[in-house]
Design a protein around this ligand. Structure first.
Ligand code: ADP
Ligand code: MG
Length: 557
């Protein structure tokens, strides 16, 4: 029978143009799309075989094979999955935005088999056409499960508006997708490049992605001969999909090290599955120490984003706020589209839901570490405490949780030991209503500050803040558990009490004299905030703090 020519069912030319020019940010992802389709096809035939094992025909050595052919200029992606009948080819490859995979899942649902339905990647029906980003012609030879070798179908198109269909022979079940590579896409014939791409996008895919490689081997005696072996290109270990109880600590460690390029084990592992309206899995790590160069890098946060083990984005910023940018990890969700550009994906509301959950879990993990493994937490905090404080101003909803993670030296702590807001509040004398702090360069220096005298005299503690960011982040926090945060060196700080009425008259002449002698200060006031020193400088309630003034002065202002 001669080949017949059929028209695509859509304004294909325009659509293909759209797909190949704007839907994808990068053309190398064609390989990810075709491997994902092959993986879906394998999962479908496995699923169907649950009800009808004959369908498998004993062919269960699941694999996806890449075969570059330099002489022919083609790259073939083969699978032993479910294959397609002629009708299915027309429906799935002849109609853009028709997803046979989505239809498959819907059929499973109608049959009441949702629980057992296999994890499938495709659902939008455009991924296949990404092949035309690198190929000027695509040939598909496919044979549906349960059909005879002579009943295979050959589909061919240049992606310009029509395709041809003809009957074909195919000894084994499954699909071969042959890409006739464009002149400028011949680098996809390079085995090294293919290996690199598989590792990048499909490393954690369940099924092996294999390629024949030629190796020199020592034969009998001296001569070497070439031997072809089938190499598996992907590691296949997506540990985030396993249950927490099934993953060994060494496995987490190994994965973290490769993910974060760290030589040390992580301080904490956060691994969970969110179920309900949206489903996703998170595997995230808190590093034990600040990586080299962390302070000089652009402050970008992100987790790796996967859809069913397939990499979508290396650093998805939507799922992690910048104040948690030290966290490394992956998110995997079946509910996200595989084949859309970064810009479109960024508007997906699921990403916000994921972020909320990730933040909650990370903050809880840090609180746990602080309570249970304090020494580990101290090391973490030394590296990342400053970063965490950025959240006080940026994450309004969680600011109290973040505040609870902060550590401070105080007038009452031993040098080098820390207290927290919670401890401070707990130890406050009953007549104290505000939390007092003093900002400066070192706790050692602050401990000698005359501002502390009145607080000490009243049995009140003062937090000693020495991190440069405190100047901004602590006022942003404003209060903790309803207790206002006030600078101890401010005019109306809580340490100062009322001056007895008689004293005012007694010292009026002195105060007046000082005012004229010291025109630089805006006011001279009597105080009982000092118990040992005779006088101290105080910032106005709304002016710059003393520490800030020193900083500004140093910057030449
Ligand atoms: P999606 O994967 O989102 O469904 P694609 O454009 O990638 O969309 O593929 C369209 C459809 O073609 C798939 O849903 C599937 O039914 C069919 N298909 C593609 N590749 C294969 C394959 N290797 N084996 C079997 N069916 C395939
Ligand atoms: Mg697909």
């Amino acid at each position: 029978m001669p080949a017949e020519t059929l028209e695509f069912k859509a304004e294909l030319k325009q659509l293909l143009h759209l797909i190949t020019h704007s839907l994808y940010s990068d053309r190398e992802i064609f390989l990810r799309e075709l491997i994902s389709n092959a993986s879906d096809a394998i999962n479908k035939v496995r699923f169907d075989a649950l009800a009808n094992a004959d369908k498998l025909e004993g062919n269960t050595d699941w694999k996806i094979k890449l075969a570059p052919d330099a002489a022919a200029g083609t790259l073939t992606i083969s699978d032993n999955g479910i294959g397609m009948s002629r009708e299915e080819v027309i429906a799935n490859l002849g109609t853009v935005a028709q997803s046979g995979t989505k239809a498959f899942l819907e059929a499973a649902k109608r049959a009441g088999k949702t629980g057992e339905a296999p994890g499938l990647i495709g659902q939008f029906g455009v991924g296949f056409y990404s092949a035309f980003m690198v190929a000027d012609k695509v040939t598909v030879v496919t044979r549906g499960a349960g059909s005879r070798a002579a009943d295979a179908t050959k589909w061919e198109s240049d992606g310009q508006g029509s395709y041809t269909l003809e009957a074909a022979e195919k000894p084994a079940r499954g699909t071969d997708v042959v890409l006739h590579l464009k002149e400028d896409a011949k680098d996809f014939l390079d085995p090294w490049r293919l290996r690199q791409l598989v590792r990048k996008f499909s490393d954690f895919l369940e099924h092996p992605v294999v390629m024949d490689v030629e190796k020199e081997v020592k034969g009998e005696g001296e001569e070497t001969k070439k031997e072809v072996t089938e190499e598996t290109l992907n590691s296949r270990k997506a540990i985030w999909l396993r249950n927490k109880s099934e993953v060994k600590p060494e496995e987490y460690e190994e994965f973290y090290k490769s993910l974060a390029h760290d030589t040390e084990a992580p301080a904490d592992v956060i691994h969970y599955a969110a179920e309900g309206k949206t489903e996703f899995r998170v595997l995230a790590f808190v590093p034990a120490h600040k990586p080299f160069g962390f302070d000089y890098e652009e402050p970008v946060a992100g987790l790796r984003l996967y859809v069913q083990r397939v990499l979508i984005m290396d650093r998805c910023e939507q799922v992690l706020p910048t104040y948690l940018r030290f966290v490394k990890g992956v998110v995997d969700s079946a509910d996200l589209p595989l084949n859309v550009s970064r810009e479109i994906l960024q508007q997906n509301p699921l990403l916000d839901a994921i972020q909320k959950s990730v933040v909650k879990n990370v903050l809880e993990a840090l609180a746990g570490m602080k309570n249970v493994e304090y020494d580990k937490y101290l090391k973490f905090y030394a590296g990342f405490g400053t970063v965490l404080k950025e959240g006080l101003g940026r994450d309004y909803a969680n600011r109290e949780k973040i505040a609870d993670l902060l550590l401070f030296e105080s007038a009452c702590t031993e040098p080098g030991k820390f207290t927290t807001f919670a401890e401070y509040v707990e130890k406050m004398p009953t007549d104290q209503t505000e939390i007092a702090y003093l900002i400066g360069e070192s706790a050692e220096q602050l401990r000698h500050s005359p501002y502390l005298e009145a607080f000490r005299a009243k049995g009140r503690d003062v937090l000693l803040l020495t991190d440069p960011i405190d100047e901004f982040s602590i006022p942003q926090l404003g209060e903790y558990k309803g207790k206002k945060l006030v600078a101890a060196d401010r005019g109306e700080a809580a340490g100062a009490g009322e001056v007895p009425a008689g004293d005012k008259e007694k010292f009026a002449a002195l105060v007046a004299a000082l005012k004229t002698k010291l025109p630089e200060v805006s006011d001279v006031r009597l105080t009982n905030r000092l118990t040992e020193s005779a006088a101290c400088l105080v910032a106005g309630a709304s002016g710059l703090s003393a520490h800030m003034e020193r900083l500004m002065e140093r910057m030449g202002r």
